[in-house]
Design a protein. Structure first.
Length: 266
């Protein structure tokens, strides 16, 4: 199975159909296979949701998962990961009764078809003794590949496109400037794979430079996103930043005149 990025909309139920194909992009028979869908946090550290796929058409390799409104209410918007795990399930032997031959009814015997996706004894004329269920072993859990590079994890974006959602504001801390030089940084924000970021700074007679920085982690490798210079500025400074930046912070260089009293992010 190879798939593009998925989208799940909060505020409604989402039915996502999967079609499982082979290397030639041909549908594969999924009879006797159980699938489990998992949604994972963007950083890959937290399991957000797990539920089985419902088989829609075994012969065409189609199965679906329904992400309910209630399930998505507990998941924040943004980019998440997903995976699909498969496990083969053994079949019991079920005889196929052929039509009775009126001329020789004794010669007709039930036909026992092969058992797919499991290991165990097989007798084409049927077992002479009761089948021991323990003689059939489930195949180990296997990942389902979801991209062109044989990866086992795809991307699903959770969106607030149906109903607006209240976004909690975060107040960034500003260090005590005692003993610091003219350059300092705010606390760090984990963006949780959000694509739109809003900053609001309250300043009092501020003169200096404000730089919004991004980083892939919380070490010293920070990069510049937006830089602005101000002279004796009072009131509110607003900034909107687009793009996926795992971490954000505000870098401040002042000329000892004025101060920044509050930084809010959402």
């Amino acid at each position: 199975m190879y798939t593009r990025n998925l989208k799940a909309h909060r505020g409604t139920d989402n039915r996502i159909l999967f079609e499982f194909v082979n290397q030639d992009q041909k549908p594969v028979d999924v009879i006797g296979i159980e699938f489990t869908f998992r949604m994972i946090s963007g950083n890959g550290e937290t399991l957000l949701l797990e539920k089985p796929l419902e088989i829609v058409n075994k012969g065409k390799g189609q199965a679906r998962v329904v992400l309910t409104e209630q399930e998505l209410d507990g998941i924040s918007p943004g980019l998440k990961g997903f995976s699909i795990e498969q496990q083969y399930v053994p079949f019991a032997w079920t005889p196929i009764e052929p039509p009775i031959d009126p001329e020789d009814p004794v010669a007709i015997q039930p036909i026992y078809p092969p058992i797919p996706n499991c290991s165990g004894p097989y007798n084409p004329t049927g077992p002479t003794d009761p089948v021991d269920p323990d003689s059939f072993q489930k195949v180990e859990f296997e990942a389902t590949y979801v991209d062109d590079h044989g990866g086992g994890r795809g991307v699903i974006e959770v969106l607030d496109s149906i109903m607006p959602a209240f976004v909690v504001s975060n107040i960034l801390t500003i260090p005590d400037r005692s003993g610091l030089n003219n350059e300092y940084n705010s606390s760090i924000i984990n963006t949780d794979a959000q694509a739109i970021h809003t900053f609001q700074l309250t300043v009092d007679s501020f003169t200096g430079t404000i730089t919004f920085q991004g980083g892939s982690d919380t070490d010293n490798e920070w990069y510049e996103i937006v830089t602005s210079n101000y002279t004796n500025h009072n009131g509110i400074i607003g900034a909107n930043i687009d793009g996926f930046h795992p971490y954000l912070r505000v870098n401040i260089t002042d000329n000892t005149a004025g101060e920044i009293t509050k930084i809010i992010y959402r």
